[in-house]
Design a protein around this ligand. Sequence first.
Ligand code: TRP
Length: 360
Amino acid sequence: MGNIILTGDRPTGKLHLGHYVGSLKNRVIMQNEGNFDKMYVMIADAQALTDNFNNPDKVRDNIIEVALDYLSCGIDPNKVTIFVQSHVEQLTELMFYYMNLVTLSRLERNPTVKAEIKQKEFGASIPVGFLTYPISQAADITLFNANIVPVGEDQLPMLEQTREIVRTFNNYYSEVLVEPKAVIPDNKICSRLPGLDGKAKMSKSLGNCIYLSDSEKDVKSKVMSMFTDPNHIQITDPGKVEGNTVFTYLDAFCTDDDFSEFLPDYKNLDELKDHYRRGGLGDVKIKKFLNNILQKELSPIREKRKHYEQNIPEIFDMLLKGSEDAREVGAETLKKVKAAMGINYFEDVELINKQQQKYK
Ligand code: TRP
């Protein structure tokens, strides 16, 4: 079998630059290389509800925002099945069977979930749905027999958990599930892009994002307000590049071509960094350079979005069709899963005959 690629996002807000360099960009490249049998992109609304159950409107409103961001970045529904998680009911059924294969202590050890529980201040009141979302994610991946999952670094524990579930299932029942592997960006920074404040990962809940749909003006003012080196006060002061968010972003986004286009006094990022370290290079200049690079990347996305924003009913229709496709594939896998577990009673003539023989 060839490659089956699957990935997804929680619809809790518009997508930002962290999503873009962490995964979206990679997806579009993979889509266009065409080296796969099937590619799926899932809007993970059921997962989003595990910590937004008391605010379903947020999830409801952001389904279309995420879809608009996908299309604007170049994800093409003619090549990729884009679907909505809650509309593929086989996912919940599969999760229920997987729950038998995972212990509570294993769930509590998941470092990403652990960090999220702390951040959300659940304390002793952790919703079961939230704690178990890694099991749901295992169902997302395996229902489609995906072997490649392009994600950011924070998703590696989910993939590890998925692989464990696959191995346990195949071991208890029979070899029907595919073990997936994560594909993370080569550039470490892209895998975990920090927010504007430079402190934590870019994240909606921390309010440190540049959104793909931000206006030109908003992107510029966010870049101009970015954190640099607090000790670099005068232009002539030597500056620090490490931990300087503008340079972190340049590491993630800039290419040598950007220098010839926007900053021809320097050949590459190393030269620019050297000058900053020596002193004599001001923050405004590097911020303007970063702004130019980001605007170049974002303006085609922004333009495309304006077009798609005028076609909302068609996009919902596309999601419905994608979800129908996903359900068909899901039903096939679930049938195999149930046969492997021996719970396909009504299709098993041998079982029926055997049970009859017992009493003859
Ligand atoms: N947990 C992922 C996130 O927060 C979203 C997601 C849900 C996902 N199901 C998935 C990603 C399956 C990859 C594969 O971004």
